[in-house]
Write a protein that binds this ligand. Sequence first.
Ligand code: GLY
Length: 295
Amino acid sequence: MTSRRPLILAHGGAGSRRVTPAQSACLADALAAGYGILAQGDPALAAVECTINLLEQSGLFNAGRGANRQLDGVQRMDAAIMEGARLKAGAVASIEGIAHPITVARLVMEETDHVLLVGPFARKFARHFTLDQHRVTGKPRRLSYGRILAKQKRSRTKRHGTVGAVALDRSGTVAAGASTGGIESMLPGRVGDSPLIGSGVYADNHSGAVSMTGIGEGIIRLVIAKSICDHLAMGKSPAVAARQVLRILTSRIHGTAGALVLSPDGRFAIRHVTPHMAAGWWNGTGQPIVQGEFS
Ligand code: GLY
């Protein structure tokens, strides 16, 4: 067992909006809490879950309490978590009424032989573990399916703002997670990249850990998180791996995304092909660094 300097990175989404002071403060607090777990010698997986829990409960990001609504007025959330020692992963998609989808994803990983649970079955699973319920305000919209479909087609905006984290613990294990309320103007039942292992998150001690944010449709088609890890495994630095894969996303399919990339030797990069990305990192020295743009 080696002892390394632990490190955590977190994001609160990438897009056209600037990070607000409240979001910056929340990200810094979440990084500090996650780092505290790593500093105690606890696993990267626990640090990723704790950091994302705080972002979910803040209501300041598009995840947990702050999740977007689908076009029928219902919040349906996606989340995934993965650890790099045994390549274990868990995820939930289209889950309703649960405060912390990332915790349900971790339970899927630890309490079942499965990777992904969806919809009402994911909620039933979460309730079995008596996880916090999320009070849903507002009523579902009573629109015909034709009107929902027309609204989706007319929509020009695709605001998003997934939260996520990657971490490296003292034993050299990496972990990654993401949690989201999806994008604006989604059809009911739409699922993005966040709960799809290899698209929105990936973690492997032989390559690194990645957590994505952005428009899931493009991220899914290029399996971005695993692609970046494959570049790391070929010996590329996190910055080069992220830049090369994100360049393919923009040039081939005009996608938009941001990535947290961490290699098991502690090198990392935060890269985005959007005007802004709310993100930060901390390795225990000074204060957590949070910015709204990374070059
Ligand atoms: N990246 C979040 C989503 O597309 O749902």
